[in-house]
Design a binder for this molecule. Structure first.
Ligand SMILES: *[C@@H]1O[C@H](CO)[C@@H](O)[C@H](O)[C@H]1NC(C)=O
Ligand SMILES: *[C@@H]1O[C@H](CO)[C@@H](O)[C@H](O)[C@H]1NC(C)=O
Ligand SMILES: *[C@@H]1O[C@H](CO)[C@@H](O)[C@H](O)[C@H]1NC(C)=O
Ligand SMILES: *[C@@H]1O[C@H](CO)[C@@H](O)[C@H](O)[C@H]1NC(C)=O
Ligand SMILES: *[C@@H]1O[C@H](CO)[C@@H](O)[C@H](O)[C@H]1NC(C)=O
Ligand SMILES: *[C@@H]1O[C@H](CO)[C@@H](O)[C@H](O)[C@H]1NC(C)=O
Length: 456
């Protein structure tokens, strides 16, 4: 009898998408994980129901508005650490095993029970949780935009998939598609995708960006300074003390490795690991800032070329929007109603920056940590795994066409666009705002190396 009862519980609940996650299983510092954070921390209602959507916050301004085009630019799902970070984690673990004298129970747990299971060959691959991230996102987007992400459109070849060539992105694309086909029980057809690195990994193809920023230590001096500054020193000393190792052993890289161990154990395995005990909330905020500083100088507002490297994606986006608008004005069917593009945090951040989102009045530097606590440039909020930027085009009748920007299923407002309907402005007002970029922002021009003045 009891067995039958349990069987019943298992059967009925396995089918349910409700996973009641114990809040105690979530590290207190999980909201400071930057680009290694869980999507659920950005949308906490998903902790109870991973398929929950809130349509009311994305409603178009007028009843008669119809969606006519949707572009979704999506980051891959949860992944393993890359080989470089695995080596650092390994090094930290060795040092603790060999040198640690601390007595706390969580440290005992690291010393006696925790095994270093990350290996270099995992090299950034998508994990099972990452597959689920994309499947669930696909289902939620279909619920949010039922006329766009629909079985009919998918079967009709009207949902176009474009991905970066990286395995984690290709797998994310496959997972997104599987989310849809499993939901609609489609077994008779397969849906293709295009690989396009020119579009989704533009940062590697922009020569000027590569030379001036990506391979240039001087481009990130603020990051180096912060890592050697007072705030970080204090964090490193605290960690060394907790571990009972000499503070001279605990470099920034090792502090970061400890932070990564906490983030990965949570993102990949959903556990609040003993590594998280090394950081209190203040420490985590300092770690978060170091990472935001890096993103700011490497992909964000720090250097103009960072955002300009995404010109190709910007024009690709607007040319599709323009096409959808002109087809609509001619009373034709929109020929490319849905585009799903899968890339990286490094794909999304330059584009968001080019469009002017999350720009603070003062740049992030090594010496303004304290005054930046309320900054809007916060990768923990912007770019968790499976982060997604949507542009939804609406036809509201009589030539009234509007564009809604959405980040991680929440509305954004285009900075500098003046429109009474701030979150769903007229498309022509958006175009006006970005006029200079629309008429310029030429990838070839922006990305060519400036001539060495000595040679001119
Ligand atoms: C959805 O969003 C609206 C507006 O922000 C809010 O009032 C409502 O409580 C939300 N519903 C759910 C289920 O979260
Ligand atoms: C440190 O630890 C590693 C891994 O446990 C071990 O291989 C190595 O021999 C140790 N080194 C020293 C000096 O004890
Ligand atoms: C810590 O361990 C390393 C080996 O991993 C060893 O070379 C070093 O001398 C030890 N340092 C201290 C302070 O015990
Ligand atoms: C990702 O795709 C590769 C094949 O390209 C496959 O071998 C691997 O199992 C996939 N991983 C996941 C997590 O789906
Ligand atoms: C990739 O996208 C760009 C921009 O839309 C386009 O010009 C190019 O032809 C595409 N490349 C491939 C291989 O499809
Ligand atoms: C490296 O970055 C610094 C600071 O932005 C800049 O002045 C310098 O020109 C860059 N070097 C190269 C080779 O682009």
């Amino acid at each position: 009898m009891a067995l039958l009862f349990y069987l019943f519980i298992i059967l009925c609940c396995a089918d349910h998408h409700v996973t009641l996650k114990d809040e105690e299983g979530i590290p207190l510092i999980a909201k400071y994980f930057n680009t290694k954070g869980r999507y659920e921390e950005v949308n906490p209602n998903l902790r109870q129901d991973i398929l929950a959507v809130n349509r009311t916050i994305l409603e178009p301004p007028f009843l008669e508005c119809q969606e006519i085009h949707l572009t979704a630019i999506i980051r891959h799902g949860t992944r393993y650490p890359n080989a470089k970070d695995v080596r650092k984690m390994q090094q930290l673990h060795d040092i603790i095993l060999n040198n640690s004298t601390g007595k706390q129970s969580w440290l005992r747990e690291i010393l006696t029970q925790w095994t270093m299971w990350y290996t270099e060959d995992m090299d950034g691959r998508l994990v099972q949780k990452g597959v689920q991230d994309l499947k669930h996102l696909a289902v939620r987007l279909a619920k949010l935009f039922p006329s766009m992400i629909s079985e009919e459109k998918l079967r009709g070849g009207l949902i176009k998939f474009i991905t970066s060539s990286k395995h984690r992105c290709v797998n994310s694309t496959l997972s997104f598609k599987a989310g849809l086909t499993e939901m609609w029980a489609i077994k008779d057809v397969e849906f293709g995708h295009e690989v396009n690195d020119t579009l989704m990994r533009f940062f590697n193809h922009c020569t000027r960006y590569v030379q001036e920023v990506d391979q240039n230590q001087s481009a990130v001096t603020e990051v180096q300074k912060f890592k050697q500054g007072l705030e970080m020193m204090r964090v490193q000393e605290k960690i060394a003390q907790h571990l009972g190792v000499s503070s001279s052993l605990l470099t920034y890289d090792l502090a970061e490795a400890a932070f990564f161990l906490c983030t990965y154990e949570f993102a990949v395995k959903a556990i609040n690991s003993p590594w998280c005990q090394l950081f209190d909330e203040d420490d985590a905020k300092v770690m978060e800032y170091a990472s935001d500083l890096r993103e700011f100088w490497k992909r964000g507002y720090g250097h103009d070329i960072n955002s300009k490297s995404s010109c190709i994606l910007f024009h690709d986006l607007f040319s599709r929007l323009d096409k959808a608008v002109s087809e609509t004005k001619l009373c034709q069917k929109v020929s490319e109603p849905v585009t799903v593009q899968i890339g990286h945090a490094d794909t999304l951040l330059p584009l968001l920056t080019l469009l002017g989102f999350f720009k603070d009045t003062v740049p992030l530097t090594s010496n303004n940590y304290a005054s930046q606590t309320q900054r809007s440039f916060r990768t923990s909020h912007m770019l968790p795994y499976a982060a997604n930027f949507l542009l939804v085009l609406y036809d509201c009748g009589e030539g009234d066409i509007r564009l809604q920007p959405v980040l991680n299923e929440k509305p954004l407002t285009f900075p500098g666009v003046t429109d009474p309907q701030a979150s769903v402005p007229l498309y022509e007002n958006v175009r006006k705002r970005y006029q200079d970029l629309l008429n310029g922002c030429d990838f070839e021009t922006e990305c060519q190396l400036l001539k060495d003045p000595a040679e001119v």
